[in-house]
Design a protein around this ligand. Structure first.
Ligand SMILES: [Mg+2]
Length: 270
Protein backbone atom coordinates (compact mmCIF):
# COMPACT_ATOMS: atom_id res chain seq x y z
CA UNK A 1 0.00 0.00 0.00
CA UNK A 2 2.73 2.42 1.04
CA UNK A 3 4.74 1.48 -2.00
CA UNK A 4 1.77 2.13 -4.30
CA UNK A 5 1.16 5.53 -2.69
CA UNK A 6 4.81 6.45 -3.02
CA UNK A 7 4.70 5.57 -6.70
CA UNK A 8 1.57 7.63 -7.21
CA UNK A 9 3.16 10.73 -5.69
CA UNK A 10 5.19 11.27 -8.81
CA UNK A 11 2.29 10.50 -11.11
CA UNK A 12 -0.43 12.89 -12.29
CA UNK A 13 -2.82 13.73 -9.56
CA UNK A 14 -5.65 11.73 -8.21
CA UNK A 15 -7.86 14.26 -6.42
CA UNK A 16 -9.98 11.76 -4.54
CA UNK A 17 -13.11 12.13 -6.69
CA UNK A 18 -14.22 8.94 -8.45
CA UNK A 19 -14.04 9.21 -12.24
CA UNK A 20 -12.76 12.78 -12.03
CA UNK A 21 -10.41 12.78 -15.01
CA UNK A 22 -12.82 10.89 -17.20
CA UNK A 23 -15.49 13.49 -16.41
CA UNK A 24 -13.06 16.30 -17.27
CA UNK A 25 -12.09 14.59 -20.52
CA UNK A 26 -15.70 14.18 -21.63
CA UNK A 27 -17.21 17.48 -20.53
CA UNK A 28 -18.34 19.63 -23.49
CA UNK A 29 -17.06 22.80 -21.79
CA UNK A 30 -14.81 23.22 -18.75
CA UNK A 31 -13.88 26.09 -16.44
CA UNK A 32 -10.94 26.00 -14.06
CA UNK A 33 -10.93 28.49 -11.20
CA UNK A 34 -7.83 28.92 -9.09
CA UNK A 35 -7.07 30.71 -5.85
CA UNK A 36 -3.61 32.34 -5.70
CA UNK A 37 -1.95 32.17 -2.24
CA UNK A 38 -1.34 28.67 -0.95
CA UNK A 39 -2.68 27.23 -4.21
CA UNK A 40 -0.51 28.58 -7.05
CA UNK A 41 1.97 30.43 -4.83
CA UNK A 42 3.51 28.97 -1.67
CA UNK A 43 3.30 31.28 1.37
CA UNK A 44 6.21 33.65 1.98
CA UNK A 45 7.08 35.66 5.12
CA UNK A 46 6.87 38.76 2.97
CA UNK A 47 3.53 38.49 1.18
CA UNK A 48 4.78 40.76 -1.59
CA UNK A 49 7.31 38.09 -2.50
CA UNK A 50 4.87 35.18 -2.69
CA UNK A 51 5.35 34.25 -6.34
CA UNK A 52 3.89 31.22 -8.14
CA UNK A 53 5.72 27.93 -7.77
CA UNK A 54 8.20 27.26 -10.61
CA UNK A 55 6.34 25.74 -13.53
CA UNK A 56 2.90 27.06 -12.59
CA UNK A 57 2.96 30.01 -14.98
CA UNK A 58 4.06 27.73 -17.84
CA UNK A 59 1.28 25.30 -16.97
CA UNK A 60 -1.33 28.07 -16.95
CA UNK A 61 -0.06 29.30 -20.31
CA UNK A 62 -0.15 25.72 -21.60
CA UNK A 63 -3.78 25.39 -20.56
CA UNK A 64 -4.55 28.63 -22.40
CA UNK A 65 -2.64 27.60 -25.53
CA UNK A 66 -3.48 23.94 -25.85
CA UNK A 67 -6.93 23.49 -24.32
CA UNK A 68 -10.37 25.07 -24.54
CA UNK A 69 -10.56 25.65 -20.78
CA UNK A 70 -12.07 28.86 -19.40
CA UNK A 71 -9.62 29.90 -16.68
CA UNK A 72 -10.07 32.39 -13.84
CA UNK A 73 -7.84 33.34 -10.92
CA UNK A 74 -9.80 34.19 -7.77
CA UNK A 75 -8.00 35.94 -4.92
CA UNK A 76 -8.40 38.15 -1.90
CA UNK A 77 -5.52 40.25 -3.21
CA UNK A 78 -6.08 43.28 -5.43
CA UNK A 79 -5.61 42.39 -9.10
CA UNK A 80 -2.72 44.86 -9.50
CA UNK A 81 -0.87 43.05 -6.71
CA UNK A 82 -1.31 39.67 -8.37
CA UNK A 83 -0.01 41.11 -11.64
CA UNK A 84 3.03 42.46 -9.80
CA UNK A 85 3.83 38.92 -8.67
CA UNK A 86 3.39 37.01 -11.92
CA UNK A 87 3.33 37.64 -15.67
CA UNK A 88 -0.18 38.39 -16.91
CA UNK A 89 -1.62 34.93 -17.57
CA UNK A 90 -4.17 36.39 -19.99
CA UNK A 91 -7.12 34.90 -18.12
CA UNK A 92 -10.00 36.36 -16.11
CA UNK A 93 -8.81 37.63 -12.73
CA UNK A 94 -11.20 38.18 -9.84
CA UNK A 95 -9.54 40.14 -7.03
CA UNK A 96 -10.25 41.60 -3.58
CA UNK A 97 -12.69 38.78 -2.73
CA UNK A 98 -14.87 39.60 -5.72
CA UNK A 99 -14.83 43.39 -5.53
CA UNK A 100 -12.66 43.52 -8.67
CA UNK A 101 -12.85 41.63 -11.95
CA UNK A 102 -10.69 41.81 -15.07
CA UNK A 103 -11.74 39.74 -18.09
CA UNK A 104 -8.78 38.91 -20.38
CA UNK A 105 -7.60 41.94 -22.35
CA UNK A 106 -9.98 44.32 -20.59
CA UNK A 107 -9.70 46.97 -17.87
CA UNK A 108 -10.20 46.12 -14.22
CA UNK A 109 -13.81 46.70 -13.11
CA UNK A 110 -14.34 47.65 -9.49
CA UNK A 111 -17.59 47.13 -7.57
CA UNK A 112 -17.96 50.07 -5.27
CA UNK A 113 -18.44 49.58 -1.59
CA UNK A 114 -21.58 51.42 -0.45
CA UNK A 115 -21.33 54.71 1.34
CA UNK A 116 -22.15 53.47 4.82
CA UNK A 117 -19.49 50.74 4.49
CA UNK A 118 -17.06 53.32 3.14
CA UNK A 119 -17.63 55.45 6.24
CA UNK A 120 -17.00 52.52 8.56
CA UNK A 121 -13.80 51.64 6.70
CA UNK A 122 -12.64 55.29 6.84
CA UNK A 123 -13.16 55.29 10.57
CA UNK A 124 -11.44 51.92 10.98
CA UNK A 125 -8.47 53.18 8.98
CA UNK A 126 -8.05 56.28 11.12
CA UNK A 127 -8.33 54.27 14.32
CA UNK A 128 -5.76 51.73 13.14
CA UNK A 129 -3.36 54.52 12.21
CA UNK A 130 -3.80 56.12 15.62
CA UNK A 131 -3.63 52.93 17.67
CA UNK A 132 -0.83 51.25 15.73
CA UNK A 133 0.79 53.26 12.94
CA UNK A 134 0.17 54.60 9.50
CA UNK A 135 2.89 52.35 8.16
CA UNK A 136 1.22 49.21 9.46
CA UNK A 137 -2.23 50.21 8.22
CA UNK A 138 -3.26 49.23 4.73
CA UNK A 139 -6.42 50.46 3.02
CA UNK A 140 -7.82 48.55 0.07
CA UNK A 141 -11.07 48.85 -1.87
CA UNK A 142 -13.12 46.89 0.59
CA UNK A 143 -10.84 46.33 3.56
CA UNK A 144 -8.64 47.96 6.14
CA UNK A 145 -5.81 45.74 7.32
CA UNK A 146 -3.49 46.21 10.27
CA UNK A 147 -0.25 44.27 9.88
CA UNK A 148 1.55 42.94 12.96
CA UNK A 149 4.20 40.83 11.26
CA UNK A 150 7.70 41.48 12.59
CA UNK A 151 6.45 42.89 15.90
CA UNK A 152 7.28 41.36 19.25
CA UNK A 153 4.58 38.73 19.94
CA UNK A 154 3.30 40.42 23.08
CA UNK A 155 3.12 43.80 21.37
CA UNK A 156 1.29 42.26 18.46
CA UNK A 157 -1.23 40.66 20.80
CA UNK A 158 -1.78 43.93 22.64
CA UNK A 159 -2.28 45.88 19.44
CA UNK A 160 -4.63 43.26 18.13
CA UNK A 161 -6.75 43.23 21.22
CA UNK A 162 -6.95 47.05 21.40
CA UNK A 163 -7.87 47.33 17.74
CA UNK A 164 -10.40 44.50 17.88
CA UNK A 165 -12.08 46.21 20.82
CA UNK A 166 -12.19 49.53 19.03
CA UNK A 167 -13.48 48.15 15.75
CA UNK A 168 -16.12 45.99 17.42
CA UNK A 169 -17.39 49.04 19.31
CA UNK A 170 -18.72 50.57 16.10
CA UNK A 171 -22.46 50.80 15.93
CA UNK A 172 -23.27 48.86 12.76
CA UNK A 173 -21.29 45.72 12.23
CA UNK A 174 -23.88 44.10 9.99
CA UNK A 175 -22.16 45.69 6.98
CA UNK A 176 -18.59 44.72 7.78
CA UNK A 177 -16.75 41.94 9.53
CA UNK A 178 -13.62 41.94 11.64
CA UNK A 179 -11.35 38.97 11.38
CA UNK A 180 -7.80 37.83 11.90
CA UNK A 181 -5.62 36.83 9.01
CA UNK A 182 -2.14 35.38 8.94
CA UNK A 183 -0.10 38.35 10.25
CA UNK A 184 -2.79 40.83 11.15
CA UNK A 185 -6.35 41.94 11.66
CA UNK A 186 -8.75 43.24 9.06
CA UNK A 187 -12.13 44.86 8.68
CA UNK A 188 -13.83 43.82 5.49
CA UNK A 189 -16.97 45.10 3.78
CA UNK A 190 -19.62 42.40 3.50
CA UNK A 191 -21.71 41.89 0.39
CA UNK A 192 -19.15 40.25 -1.88
CA UNK A 193 -17.16 37.07 -1.44
CA UNK A 194 -15.52 34.49 -3.64
CA UNK A 195 -18.72 32.42 -3.84
CA UNK A 196 -20.76 35.31 -5.23
CA UNK A 197 -18.02 36.29 -7.68
CA UNK A 198 -17.58 32.70 -8.88
CA UNK A 199 -21.34 32.21 -9.37
CA UNK A 200 -21.46 35.41 -11.44
CA UNK A 201 -18.49 34.30 -13.52
CA UNK A 202 -19.96 30.86 -14.19
CA UNK A 203 -23.24 32.46 -15.28
CA UNK A 204 -21.28 33.98 -18.20
CA UNK A 205 -19.87 30.58 -19.29
CA UNK A 206 -21.65 28.37 -21.87
CA UNK A 207 -24.50 26.25 -20.46
CA UNK A 208 -23.36 22.89 -19.06
CA UNK A 209 -19.84 24.11 -18.39
CA UNK A 210 -18.24 21.82 -15.83
CA UNK A 211 -16.45 24.01 -13.27
CA UNK A 212 -13.57 23.02 -10.99
CA UNK A 213 -12.25 25.29 -8.22
CA UNK A 214 -8.94 24.86 -6.41
CA UNK A 215 -8.34 26.77 -3.17
CA UNK A 216 -6.65 26.35 0.17
CA UNK A 217 -8.41 28.35 2.84
CA UNK A 218 -11.63 29.34 4.52
CA UNK A 219 -12.44 32.15 2.09
CA UNK A 220 -12.50 29.50 -0.65
CA UNK A 221 -15.28 27.62 1.11
CA UNK A 222 -17.86 30.10 -0.27
CA UNK A 223 -16.62 29.21 -3.74
CA UNK A 224 -16.76 25.46 -3.02
CA UNK A 225 -20.41 25.88 -1.98
CA UNK A 226 -21.18 27.88 -5.12
CA UNK A 227 -19.62 25.09 -7.22
CA UNK A 228 -21.73 22.42 -5.55
CA UNK A 229 -24.85 24.33 -6.54
CA UNK A 230 -23.95 24.16 -10.21
CA UNK A 231 -22.70 20.57 -10.17
CA UNK A 232 -19.01 21.52 -10.18
CA UNK A 233 -16.12 20.23 -8.11
CA UNK A 234 -14.24 21.95 -5.30
CA UNK A 235 -10.73 20.76 -4.52
CA UNK A 236 -9.16 21.87 -1.26
CA UNK A 237 -5.39 22.30 -1.27
CA UNK A 238 -3.24 21.72 1.81
CA UNK A 239 -3.86 20.08 5.16
CA UNK A 240 -7.04 17.99 5.16
CA UNK A 241 -9.98 20.02 6.48
CA UNK A 242 -12.90 18.27 8.13
CA UNK A 243 -15.29 21.11 7.55
CA UNK A 244 -14.71 21.70 3.87
CA UNK A 245 -17.43 21.80 1.24
CA UNK A 246 -14.89 20.63 -1.35
CA UNK A 247 -15.27 17.09 -2.67
CA UNK A 248 -11.61 16.56 -3.53
CA UNK A 249 -8.18 17.41 -2.18
CA UNK A 250 -4.57 18.02 -3.16
CA UNK A 251 -1.83 18.26 -0.59
CA UNK A 252 0.39 21.12 -1.83
CA UNK A 253 1.23 23.65 -4.54
CA UNK A 254 3.47 20.94 -6.07
CA UNK A 255 0.41 18.75 -6.45
CA UNK A 256 -1.44 21.69 -8.00
CA UNK A 257 1.32 21.92 -10.60
CA UNK A 258 1.00 18.21 -11.42
CA UNK A 259 -2.78 18.64 -11.53
CA UNK A 260 -2.45 21.46 -14.11
CA UNK A 261 -0.06 19.39 -16.21
CA UNK A 262 -2.48 16.47 -16.14
CA UNK A 263 -5.31 18.86 -17.08
CA UNK A 264 -3.42 19.89 -20.22
CA UNK A 265 -2.99 16.26 -21.24
CA UNK A 266 -6.63 15.44 -20.63
CA UNK A 267 -8.07 18.43 -22.48
CA UNK A 268 -5.65 18.70 -25.38
CA UNK A 269 -7.23 18.29 -28.83
CA UNK A 270 -10.77 18.31 -27.50
MG1 LIG B 1 -5.37 30.97 -0.64
Amino acid sequence: MTETNAKHESLPQNVGIAGFWETIRNAPSVALLLDYDGTLAPFHVNRLQAVPLDGIVDALQGIGRHTDTLVALVSGRPIAEILSLMPDPGVTIIGTHGFEIRPPGEEIKVMLVDEAQQNLLDRAELDAEKLISKQRTERKIATVAAHFRGLDRLDAREYESALTKRWLSYADLSMVEVRQFNGGLEMRALGRHKGIAVAEYLATCPPNTLAVYLGDDDTDEDAFKALREVGGYGIRVGEPSQTTAAQGSLSSCDDVLRFLQKWIKERTNQ
